[in-house]
Design a protein around this ligand. Structure first.
Ligand code: WTA
Length: 706
């Protein structure tokens, strides 16, 4: 749908322009449909609004409960919802022990080290059970932790991470994993916030062929936590290579301990899983907002585990015989839910890869898929774009066959979606575009892969038992098919929703519920829509297209342009590999758009190419969106998880300080881009006036990512 804008810019703020072209349906292959876990349309009825919330019994019944629950949803203290009240269970038991009877020696985890000559590790359920028990014994006895305590992990993609998570869960200890790529300081802040007396880390790990010193970050973390008034008592250090220490920093006597040494007395010890109330917290996962300190999202045991088991079954379509590979990092919510807890609750085989998808070359991902016989594949648009950029023809060279693929984490441009479908999936796989957030535990928007057709660029409707709605700024429903965007909200609670922000219940209510709450005294969930903070538009078929965070919008002369819309327009050009839109302060229009473009290999920068990009935006969106400048760069500044750091290029475009870039995957690129962009701007006389504080804040937090 293309909504033409009048030239006089009188469209009200709330009426966000939507310029997407409507895409065609693509139906899942019949072979997929024939075997799908959700193949019978009756499931839609079972999860219809009239059966809410009782429908979620079906998810809870995928688990083994020590004590069955009596109340599905308790709304007595909104918006602190309680699910499966009265029930008791243990997450570690559900993900490990209960599979032993039938599948003792089935692979639970297959770990692929980055160094290709190093052997793949296959960890059976029996072996996982052993390791989890031993580590649980150590956490309890040596580290002195018990149910309700917090423990922080700062671990990369090594099998010790899921082992540690499940060991903590076995004892009801609340784990808080900090993404391995984060700095020691970031870990220290999260340690202090969660008051974890114990930090679990590793000496080193591989990333892009380099053995990184990771233990150094633990020292930084402990120091930072100390500065914040919190003391870490014990640092437990795994070793990437048994018997050798791959870090330059000394072990601190009395504080740092090699796990391999202190675990010796606990070899072959078994630890009874602690039966936990459904509502007890399972873990914390920190996530950044556009303002304030990171939020420790607290997830429950019963509701969360039911939700990830149910969505893994119906949306990931995991069957016992499948080999499932989610290429996310366990340091993010996707890894928690869809590498560890969901797949293992179902007794599946879950693949973990240590390193970079394109190391040592662009064929690596597909070699792993071929070698392990992966048939379900799960990754993010950023990775898909990178794989396409570096090796557009690689997938065809390898003999793997996916029946199902997932995209998650950001809106995917239809053009990229089609490459994923045709080239990666070889036209044989059903794709789900799953929209959700750290706060949500599991998917919120997606097609049911065997029952609903795919539509490139749209995540689909709300998932089973989840009822989204798009509201305008005044809380009026923006009707489906109106072509207008607004704020996507979820009308009802679901079992995977986080319980609170750790230690900040008021912030929890304010951030997610205050905006559209109808009555703060109401105990009716209908009065408490969940505000997701994403812009979205709903097509007349009920499918949602997510436009990105509401704060990732560039307001050009009163027209709110989604960065994703702009970037999608550029990606319609065959030469373009990656595109990033940022705002520049513009005296006339308030903000103007600048586009940063990385070309596919084989194409070179030129004035013609810049004009082509500008024209593509004009054609796809309209003249109003024409970028002020198009910068063709060798690469974008990216986080270690591959997200483009828009705030850095926005700072360059606006001659603002780029801030800390040490945690980037490629900090050196920032200097090159700055020389290029600012050099040209100075030459053209296009240097902005000094920015106001609020302008600076906007630029520096644009597309915020900690
Ligand atoms: C964005 C990741 C479009 C969205 C699971 C959301 C998406 C934020 C999609 C959460 C998708 C996630 N399509 N946008 N399929 N999935 N997003 O907390 O803006 O790391 O609010 O959780 O990513 O990111 P988070």
């Amino acid at each position: 749908m293309v909504v033409e804008k009048s030239a006089d810019f009188e469209v009200p703020e709330a009426q966000i322009a939507v310029h997407w072209r409507e895409e065609e349906y693509i139906y899942p292959p019949s072979k997929f449909i024939a075997q799908a876990n959700a193949g019978d349309p009756a499931i839609m009825k079972r999860f219809s609004e009239s059966n809410y919330p009782e429908c979620f019994k079906e998810y809870a019944d995928l688990l083994t409960w020590d004590h069955y629950w009596h109340t599905t949803l308790d709304t007595s203290n909104p918006p602190f919802w309680k699910w499966f009240v009265g029930g008791r269970l243990n997450a570690s038991y559900n993900c490990v022990d209960r599979h032993l009877a039938k599948n003792r020696n089935k692979a639970a985890l297959i770990w692929v080290p980055e160094i290709e000559t190093e052997a793949t590790q296959v960890i059976t359920y029996q072996e996982l059970h052993r390791r989890v028990n031993e580590f649980a014994a150590l956490l309890s006895d040596f580290a002195g932790l018990k149910a309700g305590d917090r423990v922080t992990f700062h671990l990369p993609m090594v099998p010790e991470l899921p082992v540690a998570m499940l060991a903590a869960a076995r004892l009801g200890i609340i784990h808080s994993e900090v993404f391995g790529g984060f700095s020691g300081n970031a870990a220290g802040e999260r340690i202090a916030d969660a008051s974890s007396h114990v930090l679990v880390t590793i000496d080193s790990y591989y990333r892009n062929g380099q053995l990184l010193d990771h233990k150094a970050k633990a020292d930084e973390a402990v120091l930072r936590a100390h500065d914040l008034g919190f003391d870490v008592e014990k640092v437990l250090v795994f070793q990437r290579h048994a018997g050798s220490y791959g870090s330059q920093t000394p072990m601190v006597a009395g504080r740092d301990f090699f796990v391999d040494e202190v675990i010796k007395p606990y070899r072959d010890q078994l630890v009874e899983p602690v039966s936990m109330p459904a509502e007890s917290p399972l873990f914390l996962m920190y996530t950044s907002g556009s303002t304030g300190k990171p939020k420790g999202c607290q997830h429950s045991t019963g509701g969360y585990l039911s939700y990830v088991a149910g969505t893994s079954k119906f949306y990931q379509d995991i069957h016992p015989e499948d080999t499932y590979w989610c290429m996310a990092d366990i340091g993010w919510i996707t890894g928690h839910s869809y590498i560890v807890y969901g797949p293992l609750a179902l007794g599946a085989t879950s693949v973990m890869y240590e390193g970079v998808p394109t190391y040592p070359d662009a064929g690596r991902t597909w070699r792993i898929a071929e070698r392990l016989g992966v048939n379900i594949f799960h990754t993010a648009p950023t990775t898909i774009r990178m794989l396409r950029k570096l090796g557009p023809d690689e997938p065809a060279k390898y003999d793997y066959h996916f029946k199902h693929m997932t995209t998650v984490g950001e809106p995917i441009e239809p053009d990229v979606w089609r490459w994923y479908y045709n080239v990666v999936g070889k036209g044989e796989a059903a794709i789900v575009d799953t929209w959700w957030q750290t706060e949500n535990g599991g998917f919120l928007g997606s097609t049911l892969p065997g029952l609903q057709p795919m539509k490139p660029g749209s995540c689909g409707p709300g998932v089973l038992g989840v009822f989204p709605v798009v509201y305008d700024e005044d809380g009026k429903v923006v009707p489906a098919g109106s072509g207008r965007a607004g704020n996507i909200c979820i009308r009802n609670p679901w079992p995977g929703i986080f319980q609170t922000i750790w230690g900040e219940p008021e912030r929890f209510v304010k951030t997610y519920y205050e905006k559209y709450n109808r009555d703060p005294n109401s105990h009716d969930w209908r009065d408490w829509p969940y505000f997701a903070g994403d812009g979205a538009v709903q097509a007349s078929d009920g499918y949602f297209r997510i436009l990105g965070r509401v704060d990732d919008v560039i307001n050009v002369a009163g027209h709110r342009l989604g960065t994703k819309e702009l970037e999608s327009a550029c990606l319609t050009l065959p030469e373009v590999a990656e595109a990033a839109a940022v705002p520049v302060i513009d005296e006339l229009r308030g903000r103007a758009v600048e586009m940063y473009i990385a070309l596919k290999t084989g194409f070179t920068a030129s004035a013609e190419m810049e004009e082509k990009v500008a024209l593509a935006i004009e054609t796809e969106i309209g003249r109003i969106a024409r970028p002020k400048n198009v910068w063709i760069v060798a690469d974008m500044p990216k986080t270690r998880s591959g997200k483009i750091m828009r705030r850095i290029i926005a700072s360059i475009s606006n001659f603002a300080d780029v801030g800390d870039i040490t945690t980037l995957a490629n900090p050196e690129i920032v200097h090159d881009i700055r020389m290029h962009v600012q050099g040209e701007k100075v030459a053209k006389g296009d240097v902005p006036r000094e920015l106001t504080n609020s302008e600076l804040e906007e630029i520096k937090s644009f597309g915020a990512e900690s």
